[in-house]
Design a binder for this molecule. Structure first.
Ligand code: NAD
Length: 325
């Protein structure tokens, strides 16, 4: 099976590429490396350093003619979206339309989209289902929601098959220490550097933390199931920031010092997504407990620390920076 993964050099995309290749698939990556890292790109993948908004990206899709496209490339930083709404819309809306048009022309059999719980905004409900009202509180949530609408209309007008996956808060190896989604990685980074951990608010706020390998298995399930559906990929479990820190303390074996600061403006108290639809439509459920996911993530951070000063070996020949003529 021939697959294109946009954003295949990023945190989630690089894990997806590894899994697809381990299953014997022919994988092509579209990524401009703005946040992605070349050292995480599987050397067996065909790598194209290209912007998803470009004509070149369209031409590659037309040329490769993949069976399926996983569209993960995005401006995925909520704060940046609020600062630079046009830039966010250019990538998340216009970039998605660009890829969608090419998929339609290349007769791609499945378009699988990485969406987010940010489409709901600050509903402050105990647990959300896919039928909930969507009132994004950031341009990131709005641009992802708009992209979702384009994907549905591409099916209505052109019969371009799709599955939209709305991820909860993803964590795991290779995640950069930034933003709300990356809170686990921020904490491990602080521990590695021997600093105190800063907690915004009282630490009782909860999130639905899902391990990246569970996100990958859901994406694979979407190759077969969930056509024309919008599905939440989550654990349906609430974990507070204080609980995360207790788990981390246990794994680390040394007490972690917490500093509490004022809650961030606009921060939501609780966010949890119901995964019943995913279980039913994708025949999928998460298998990682938060403890197991955190242990694997900790092992990655410790290993990467010991590798920090070692030479990184990249196979630059895997980059085919294609210029079409
Ligand atoms: P990431 O920043 O690690 O990955 C995004 C990838 O897209 C990077 O490799 C980046 O270089 C690439 N990219 C960005 N703009 C591009 C462009 N214009 N052209 C080509 N490539 C471009 O982020 P991630 O956490 O791996 O997120 C992957 C997807 O999952 C995103 O669509 C994000 O919105 C979604 N998502 C992530 C989370 C989370 O908790 N991490 C939660 C919900 C949804």
């Amino acid at each position: 099976m021939k697959i294109i993964v946009s954003g295949g050099a990023g945190f989630i995309g690089s894990h997806l590429v590894d899994e697809l290749i381990s299953k014997g698939m022919d994988v092509h990556i579209l990524d401009n490396l703005v946040t992605g890292q070349i050292e995480y790109v599987n050397p067996q993948a065909h790598m194209y350093v290209v912007d998803i908004c470009s004509e070149e990206a369209r031409k590659i899709i037309m040329e490769v003619r993949p069976d399926a496209v996983f569209h993960l490339a995005a401006q995925a930083d909520v704060g940046k979206s609020v600062q630079y709404p046009k830039h966010d819309a250019d990538i998340n809306i216009i970039g998605t339309i660009n890829i969608l048009e090419a998929c339609h022309k290349a007769k791609v059999k499945k378009f699988i989209f990485a969406s987010t719980s940010a489409v709901y905004g600050n509903l402050n409900k105990e647990i959300l289902s896919e039928d909930e009202v969507t009132i994004p509180a950031s341009y990131y949530g709005l641009s992802k929601l708009t992209a979702e609408s384009y994907i549905r209309l591409f099916y209505e007008l052109y019969r371009q098959p799709y599955t939209i996956l709305r991820y909860a808060n993803v964590y795991g190896p290779r995640q950069k220490p930034k933003g709300e989604g990356g809170v686990v990685s921020v904490f491990f980074d602080r521990i590695k550097n021997g600093g105190n951990i800063n907690v915004h608010g009282d630490g009782k706020q909860t999130r639905d933390f899902i391990y990246v390998k569970d996100i990958i298995s859901a994406n694979l399930a979407a190759l077969t199931y969930g056509s024309q559906e919008t599905i939440q990929i989550s654990t349906s479990q609430k974990t507070s920031i204080n609980e995360i820190l207790s788990f981390i303390t246990d794994i680390h074996g040394i007490k972690v010092v917490r500093d509490f600061s004022a809650p961030r403006e606009g921060d939501i108290k609780h966010s949890c997504l119901c995964n019943k639809k995913a279980q039913h439509h994708l025949k999928w459920k998460p298998i990682y407990s938060i403890e197991d996911g955190l242990k694997e993530t900790y092992a990655f951070h410790i290993a990467s620390e010991s590798n920090t000063n070692k030479e990184k070996i990249y196979n630059k020949s895997i980059i085919r920076n294609r210029v079409d003529n």
